[in-house]
Design a protein around this ligand. Sequence first.
Ligand code: NAP
Length: 296
Amino acid sequence: MIRLAVIGDPIEHSLSPAVHGAAMSAMGIELEYQKIHVTSDALKSFTESARTSLNGFNLTMPHKINVIPYLDYQDEDALFYGAVNTVSVRNGKLYGSNTDGIGLAAALKRIGSDFEGKRVTVLGAGGAANAVLAAAFKNNSSKINVACRTRGKAEEILNRLKTKSAYSADLCNRKNAALSVETEVFGFDAENLSKACDGADILINTTPLGMQGIPNNFDSFDFLDALPSKAVVSDLIYKPMTTELLNRAKKRGHTVQCGLDMLIFQALAAEERFLNKRIDMQSLYVKVYEEVSKML
Ligand code: NAP
């Protein structure tokens, strides 16, 4: 029996128990997966008890950064992303990883795309954008545009990632392609959104605009006209599975992807860390998608 949990504040909405339950059941592994409401004040004591009570846990807001001081080790991705979404417990030690970027890259692969040499436009500059931008850096995108309301947040993420890329290239004594990535930050008005999308190969929405229960949506979708016809459009939102952004992009002939794919693949990559072995992510994805998409 594997004992896992997802922690956050709030946590009620989390789909992690369903995703991990479907994946472990498909692998024939007995699983107990709890959804635990942990406030920021209780995070330290939770991590101490997890050393003996759990095989691992996933983290969502607001703990992905705050958990770092309580860990014994972080892997390369956790250090690069500056955030942790997966903690494995081995012999009472806590190992932090970040599987968001691996999840996104695997999701893009599923629709025949990848970041390598691509021009990527990211809408928003919050926690999810941090993971998307780190993945774009790590996977050698050629140009990264960010369109957002709060310019300083995008600049902070991009500067941190540039510094980390330079540091890791230095450590490995090699030239890192990410060092030569051109980055540009745009505003979130119609004109800037169009400029940010001009010539992009991949557009990824990381804002909550279009999410169920959020009253706001994009004022206009005209920025989609600036995308080349072959561009892929991805929305990290999974409720609804087809947001208005994806609907409009689909009508314009773009290949689109909803956030459920990234959610599933980051969970499968987390399971590789919990189980400490490789799993067949692409075939497990099909089984998990079938199960979880019915719940949305
Ligand atoms: P967050 O840290 O709060 O960031 C939200 C971003 O959206 C910020 O840049 C924010 O701008 C921007 N934003 C919010 N309302 C806006 C508006 N009306 N107009 C323009 N920009 C707006 O949230 P997050 O954790 O990044 O999550 C964002 C979305 O990603 C959510 O829908 C979440 O469900 C989804 N998500 C999906 C996955 C997945 O696996 N599929 C994983 C993580 C997150 P300001 O900074 O200016 O407020």
